[in-house]
Structure formats: C-alpha cells, structure tokens
Design a protein around this ligand. Sequence first.
Ligand SMILES: [Zn+2]
Ligand SMILES: [Zn+2]
Length: 348
Amino acid sequence: MKASIFYGIENIKTEEKEKPKCGDKEILVKVSYCAICGTDVRIFFSGHKKVIPPAIIGHEITGEISEIGKDLKNIDLKIGDKVVLVTSIGCGKCKLCQKGFYNLCPDTKAIGYFYPGGYAEYVVIPEPAVQQKAWVKLPSNVSLLEGSLIEPLSCVINGQNYLNIEKGDTVVIYGGGPIGLMHAVIAQAKEAENVIIIDPNFQRLESFAKNFEGLILLDPQKENVKEKIKSITSGFGADVVITAAPAKEAQMEAFEIVAPKGRISLFGGLPKDNSIISLDSNKIHYNELSVFGSFASNRISFKQAAQLISQRKIVPEKFITEVIPLENLEKGIRTVRKGEALKVVTKI
Ligand SMILES: [Zn+2]
Ligand SMILES: [Zn+2]
C-alpha cells in the first residue's frame, strides 16, 4: 500500500509499504481522507514523545470498513460502512476509561501517535480500540471528505461542553485558525450575541474569516482589546473566553476581560517548558469565575460533531480550503504552517 512515513524532523516520504494484516480481534479500514491537524505540523517540525519514527501519523481519518477480524462476532459494523476513527484509546481498565473518558486515561495511546495513523491506504483499528468502539458511522448525508472535520470539531465540542454558552452571551476567542473559527461558529449556533476573535496575525485571520458571517475581528496590535471588549459589553466583560492559541498572553488576558460569573476555557496548551502563568486568584474568587481545561475528545463528542455537520450547523466547505493527494503531504503541512490554508485534507 501507499503510505507516508515520518522518519524524523522535517523528513516525511510517501512510499510503498506492506499492507497491514487484520488480526482476529482487529478491524481494517481503507482510508479515504486524512486531514492535516496543527499537531501533525508540530510533529513534522519538532517531533513528539509518543511518535517514534519511522511512524505513520495522521488522526483526522475517515474511511470504509475493509476487513473485520474473525473473532468479532456481534459487532455493529459491516464491510463498506463509512466511519470516522476516534483518536484517543485508553487502557480500558482505569476509573476514567470506565466512564468513557479515554482521552484522559493516564495510559492513553492514540491513533496517529502511538498506533499507526491515517496517512496511508489502510489503517488498523487495534484491539483495545475495537473494545472501546473507537469509530462513529458517518450520517448518510455526511461525505467521507466532510467527515474528516469530525475529529477537530469533536475537540472543540469537548471544550465547549463545559462552557454553557447561552443566547445573548459575549464569547471571545483567542486564535483565528480552524479551531478558533469552529469555536466561533458553534458559539453562534448557540445564539451568542457577540462572537469576537482576536489574533495578532490579523491578515491571516481576515482572510480565513471572510467566509463566515457576523464575527467581530480584533487586531491586538492595533486595538486596545480590554477597552474594546468593555465597550461591547457595557463594561461587564465577556461571558466566555476561549484561548485557542498556545500563548501565555492570551491566557493571562482572559482573566482581565472576563465578566463576573464568566467561564474561561484554556483550550490550547502551552509549550511544555514554558507553561507557568501569573494569575491573581482573587479574580476567580470575587467574580465567581469558572476555569476549565480541555484535551482532545472522546466518542461522545465525535457523535455530537457528526450531528452538527449532518445538520449543517457546521458547513464543511467553509473550512476545507484544499484537498491534496497523499504524495503532497509535506507541501500541505508547510502550507498549514505558513497559514496559507484553513484546513488541508489529504485524499488517499
Ligand atoms: Zn486533530
Ligand atoms: Zn484508562
């Protein structure tokens, strides 16, 4: 089969490789599309502790069921079913896995990191993933291409499930990449009154946001963000702040612009050697703020994401700006890095 192999930093090659065998308790998927995630870009340029080269990365995967292991009798799947793969695979035994929070299992192993991923013609759903039903069937009106947005969207939904966004809320999002824009569109679907995106790379933000209506875009280099948000909210501040950027400044500013009773999502992580911020905890105390984290996603949010696309609350064409052949993966990764495309999807 054709596969793109990650051999190390800035070294990825598309070549012929033996097709993986489907074990008796495994499922083989013929990959149709695999979208490029910000994490794939980071792996390509900086590596990742769970990705040991040579490796096949890629975790935003849709495809068709090609083989089902012979020991899997009562499985709700048949050859040809169109699915999206759930990324995080837990140990299956711990307290968090028992509740379905496989993304938070201390021993979580993910497809496209620990297990081979989707930049290949075939991917195996390994046994622990089969036990966790680590797939969701695509709704009939969602194509395999559109389904490649379900994974990133599921992460956004997982983050927003904590935030209780309501009609009339002001929602501020730091970071105007695909994830920030997904947050914005979902907040609008919940009837937030003002949805504001802040990004210092303002040109990129403007070009990405041109297909989306009703957003307020702020350039922090030119505008006083705090004053601006005060004036939009009659002095109260934002009801919800989401930091969808790996920036300390954004996290710290979130506490300056949030209203009493406000909710903050630290959605984007910080670089691991630079993740300490300073914080006046009295702001949380006196204003009854809620601060949430969010990491990856689980099957429940995959299902919610599939439904949002099926209902066209998220319109995939607005996000998918480029579809490329697998051979051009490296070019695609570099395009995403330069901020020249919103969502690039490889067609396998
Ligand atoms: Zn992703
Ligand atoms: Zn576990």
